[in-house]
Design a protein around this ligand. Structure first.
Ligand code: ADP
Ligand code: ZN
Ligand code: ZN
Length: 748
């Protein structure tokens, strides 16, 4: 028996592959899943190399226990993508690759049942032309087989054999001819593939000139081509994606497209648009991938992408790591959205990986946004991304909304009435929309009833016993909740410090605004959408359909309502509490605020009703609001980039954060100081700046104290080399509960 060795990636922090012996005359291919012994456990890993020799002493080598035959190996491209992400984000390959696979694939005991291989045959376009004419007239059995193939979307091997005992041999021959293709599909996916009733080709809107130019540029792209599609809200970016995809999918019968959206809640709207447009594809050729799917469905959809059966994959950030052997175009919608950044574990940016992936495969990638991230805008400035501009709204007569700032100081000075933080002009405008039967949207980025519960007499404020943070008052739930650790308690009747019964909520969140609106705008049907009102699976979808169906007059909510939704009857947007972000210590706060306000403003007046945006503020002269009023993203971006350049901030430098969690703040800080000292010894660190270790703003969460150390460099390569050399030194340090490195952090 011949002996080979496989080098396997395991979900383990050590950045190394693990060698195993494989007794096999036919060694499994690179990219195959195997089950191997690891210590006392049995774990699933991915074969990254097959080698004739191992450096591990023979007596320590253990055997591969099981080879997964139900799932075809992942491609070398995919492994290279995972390797890049691992290297870039300073992780082990297995730590990236294995969590990117469906959970059920990582359990070897489920392999046999999971994707029981069923071979299916499908006619290629050439086959459709050639068959059955190429067959002898008397070969009735073969003709029947050809007809069955033409009738069905795809034909299972077993069904073919029922038609003709030698069918499989014939199908093999036809496959060599290029007339049929062979697919391995699991039964579950086939059920999902129920062919849609013959949908008529949808009537396509006539593209605006700018849309047509954008589509043409994307379709004509040759090889790797990054596009920044800068289109104002309502300019029809989705239509551009649809047309570009249609061109690319039609040009190659096996081509796959990946479309990323920032939020699960946006997938249904996109899925509906794609299903309607690509009705000619069978239903299983369009799949979604996001964390809201049940594991079985997610595994099936992943598998459909992996086998090439899915032509369009629509997903949230995790989909960027899906296995897509024939990927031909990537779209990242709302590319500026911070949700593309994974905030735990492997802290990757799905947008950045999308760019890498497109480059690796030599395919176009489209980043779309009304407010591109300054990183992307800067890339376009330098000519690395091609800028495509949609400067006006697509629907005839739909203009961008007018923006009016309501000066809260001025309102107060003039003694104008307001109700619980809702200014007179805003309430009046809400009433007008109600009379006209139009919808309004009230946006504030704070959920709960009030961010604090306080005692006027002694100054007590309700805080979390586990975190250094105030707890948020939730009125419908009758609870105080910590938004950092989930701690919850009943609302006290009196001040626990002094016994005063007049404890009162301070500030306002969405629940309180919902309550105020119900009183201030009599007769209005008010709906709140935020993380609390949509906790149950599917409930967000139900609430959004109520808005679309016109069953809501005023929608109040957090950034969940600001993103991408195509509300047709909203003509007024009110913005509360935006000022808090103006003076944040985070240098990205103003970029984020501006993007949010542009996004939420963009929900108004999309279908021809004149739209109006009212922003309540104490700083009506702030430059950010001025730019917002003029819809001047370009001015804002250029001014902010100039500031960033002067201040040596990203995108002009590259950053990484080392975070430490300790039992005490001193322990966390001491660890970081040691880490900084170690870093100073690294030769490549000459071009790297290390800042002082500092506590996080919310220093304690769940009794754990947190601090961070920022390192940065004008050279990405120098930073990467330093981080690589730093890791083993960090692993040798002790004294904290946990530490982690984040490359390109968004929150500093
Ligand atoms: P964006 O994503 O740029 O904010 P959408 O893609 O949601 O904009 O498009 C806004 C609206 O314009 C949608 O209702 C869409 O159907 C419509 N639309 C897009 N392109 C056209 C067009 N060429 N002609 C008419 N309507 C269009
Ligand atoms: Zn008190
Ligand atoms: Zn807490």
């Amino acid at each position: 028996m011949s002996e080979v060795f496989v080098r396997v990636a395991l979900d383990h922090p050590l950045p190394t592959l693990f060698d195993y012996r494989c007794d096999s005359s036919e060694p499994p291919a690179v990219g195959t899943l195997v089950s191997v012994p690891f210590g006392k456990r049995h774990v699933v890993g991915l074969i990254c190399e097959v080698v004739a020799h191992s450096d591990v002493p023979a007596e320590r080598l253990r055997n591969v226990e099981k080879v997964c035959t139900t799932c075809p190996p992942v491609s070398e491209h995919w492994l290279a993508l995972a390797a890049f992400a691992a290297d870039y984000y300073q992780r082990g390959l297995g730590e990236v690759a294995l969590p990117a696979l469906p959970q059920s694939l990582r359990d070897a005991s489920r392999w046999a049942r999971l994707f029981a291989p069923q071979e299916h045959y499908r006619l290629t376009p050439e086959g459709r032309t050639a068959l059955p004419d190429a067959l002898p007239a008397r070969a009735t059995a073969l003709r029947k087989l050809a007809q069955a193939l033409a009738d069905a979307d795809c034909l299972a091997g077993a069904d073919a054999r029922a038609l003709h005992p030698k069918a499989l041999a014939t199908l093999d021959a036809w496959q060599t001819q290029g007339w049929v293709m062979l697919e391995v599909i699991d039964a579950a996916a086939v059920t999902a593939a129920a062919v849609l009733p013959d949908a008529p080709a949808p009537a396509l809107p006539t593209l605006t000139g700018e849309q047509a130019d954008a589509v043409e540029a994307i379709r004509d792209a040759d090889g790797f081509a990054p596009f920044l599609l800068h289109g104002v809200t309502g300019s029809g970016k989705t239509e551009v994606y649809l047309r570009a995809l249609a061109g690319i999918l039609a040009a190659r019968p096996d081509a796959q497209a990946l479309v990323l959206v920032p939020e699960i809640n946006l997938t249904p709207q996109f899925e509906a648009a794609f299903r309607a447009r690509f009705a000619a594809l069978d239903a299983s050729a369009i799949v979604t991938l996001h964390s809201g799917l049940a594991e079985g469905e997610r595994a099936r959809n992943w598998f459909a992408a992996h086998t090439g059966r899915a032509r369009i994959v629509l997903g949230t950030r995790l989909a960027v790591l899906a296995s897509l052997p024939k990927l031909a175009i990537i779209v990242v919608d709302e590319e500026h959205d911070p949700a593309y950044k994974q905030q735990e574990g492997l802290r990757y940016s799905a947008r950045d990986l999308a760019i890498y992936r497109a480059k690796q495969l030599g395919v176009p990638v489209v980043l779309g946004s009304a407010t591109p991230s300054l990183e992307s805008w800067w890339q376009a400035d330098q000519g690395r991304y091609k800028r495509l501009t949609l400067s006006r709204r697509a629907v005839a007569d739909a203009a961008l909304p007018s923006v009016r700032l309501i000066d809260l100081e001025d309102e107060r000075r003039r003694g104008r009435a307001s109700i619980e933080g809702l200014s007179g002009p805003l309430i009046a405008a809400l009433k007008t929309r109600l009379e006209r039967g139009e919808q309004s949207l009230v946006f504030l980025n704070r959920r709960g009833y009030a961010p604090q519960l306080a005692c006027d007499a002694c100054g007590w404020v309700a805080g979390c016993p586990r975190c250094s943070a105030y707890v948020v008052l939730h009125k419908p739930e009758r609870a105080l909740r910590c938004h950092h650790c989930g701690w919850e308690s009943r609302i006290p009747r009196s001040c626990p410090e002094c016994g005063n019964v007049d404890i009162a909520p301070l500030g306002r969140g969405t629940q309180r605004v919902e309550e105020t609106l119900a009183g201030a705008v009599p007769g209005a049907r008010v709906l709140r959408i935020d993380a609390d009102s949509t906790r149950r699976k599917g409930s967000a979808q139900a609430l959004f359909s109520d808005v679309h169906a016109g069953e809501v007059d005023i929608l109040v909510g957090t950034q969940m309502i600001a993103k991408g939704h195509d509300f047709r009857r909203v003509s007024l947007v009110g913005v509360l509490n935006a000022d808090t972000a103006l003076f944040s210590h985070d240098f990205r706060a103003s970029e984020r605020l501006f993007a949010q306000l542009m996004q939420v403003s963009g929900r108004a007046g999309r279908a021809g009703l004149p739209g109006e945006v009212l922003v309540q503020t104490r700083y009506p002269r702030h430059a950010l609001y001025h730019a917002l009023g003029r819809h001047d993203y370009v001015g804002f971006a250029n001014a902010t980039l100039a500031e960033r350049r002067d201040a040596h901030l990203p995108p002009f430098v590259y950053q990484a954060l080392l975070r430490a969690e300790g039992r005490t703040l001193e322990a966390a800080l001491a660890f970081l100081q040691q880490a900084a000292a170690e870093l100073a010894q690294i030769p490549a660190a000459g071009r790297v700046t290390v800042y002082d270790a500092v506590p996080l703003t919310i220093v304690k969460v769940m009794h754990v104290h947190r601090a961070q150390l920022l390192v940065e460099s004008a050279s990405r390569a120098a930073l990467q080399a330093t981080l690589r050399a730093w890791q083993p030194l960090l692993r040798a340090l002790k004294g904290v509960l946990r530490w982690s490195l984040e490359v390109d952090p968004l929150d500093i």
